[in-house]
Design a protein around this ligand. Structure first.
Ligand SMILES: Nc1ncnc2c1ncn2[C@@H]1O[C@H](COP(=O)(O)OP(=O)(O)OP(=O)(O)O)[C@@H](O)[C@H]1O
Ligand SMILES: [Mg+2]
Length: 247
């Protein structure tokens, strides 16, 4: 489904006129199959969110290619309705002047759905993410963090994408709500057969939901491991990351 080949990305370092560049990602190659949940784990600053933005086509790699079903993710048409995103900051992900219904209507309209059809879909989606239909008329500030993130997830799922990039999507929620949202993601995956790219620094959350995890360190892939083999990771760095959850 997603095929990443020899991707590199660097950013300008320091001041406006400084020619120096910081390499944020190098030599990133991997595949993600239809319906697979791939975790991307690494320390802060390791390049996870940058990789997420490249996968979403928000930014372009300096070198290498990112193909979604054989087409470059640069191509808006290849992405539209096929890849969506859920970010950590759910408060700014929803326009504060939009009701839940208006926020959810947006991507459906873009897909050419008529209003009546979209309203039925919104009711179903709210139900699927565990929110009462009365939430349609609420504004973002009237929602708890967990509820707002459920709305963001419902919106990301609404176009029935083949892949959702979730960047620290549960990190701002507290413990029990995190588990509820993870359960929700698991159930939606079964309903829609969606693939997830699950970006997190929380290896425990990743091991709960992912089929495979990619451990990224200083912008490079340190190791790629199936979840059943997580205990047998090879590199010292991956072992160190793992120890943090075992102890
Ligand atoms: N637009 C940008 N311009 C310049 N530097 C950037 C930009 N985006 C990211 N960086 C730098 O790239 C590096 C990787 O950042 P990134 O946000 O991808 O890390 P991360 O793994 O997501 O970290 P965290 O776990 O804290 O979210 C950092 O050193 C960051 O400062
Ligand atoms: Mg990040």
């Amino acid at each position: 489904m997603l095929s990443v080949n020899q991707v590199e990305k660097s950013y300008k370092k320091g001041g406006l006129f400084s020619g120096e560049r910081q390499k944020v990602l190098s030599n990133i190659s991997f595949e993600c199959k239809q319906g697979e949940c791939l975790g991307i784990i690494g320390e802060s600053g390791s390049g996870k969110s940058t990789l997420g933005r490249l996968l979403l086509g928000i930014e372009k790699p300096d070198h290498g290619t990112i193909l979604f079903e054989g087409k470059s993710v640069d191509d808006r048409k290849a992405r539209l309705g096929n890849i969506s995103a859920v970010f950590q900051d759910y408060t700014s992900s929803i326009n504060p002047f939009y009701t839940v219904e208006q926020a959810m209507m947006e991507p459906l309209k873009l897909q050419g759905m008529v209003r009546q059809e979209a309203q039925i879909k919104i009711d179903l989606l709210l139900y699927q993410v565990g929110l009462n239909p009365s939430y349609r008329t609420k504004y973002p500030h009237e929602l708890s963090g967990g509820e707002a993130q459920r709305v963001c997830i419902a919106r990301a799922v609404s176009t029935e994408p083949k892949c959702i990039v979730l960047d620290e999507a549960i990190s701002s929620l507290d413990g029990s709500v995190q588990i509820q949202v993870l359960e929700l993601l698991k159930s939606l995956r079964e309903i829609y057969n969606i693939g997830y790219i699950f970006i997190t620094h929380d290896i425990q959350a990743a091991s709960y939901i992912c089929d495979r995890v990619m451990i990224i360190r200083n912008g490079q892939i340190e190791e790629m491991v199936k979840i059943e083999q997580l205990k047998d990771v090879q590199s010292a760095y991956a072992r160190k990351l793992l120890q943090m959850i075992i102890t």
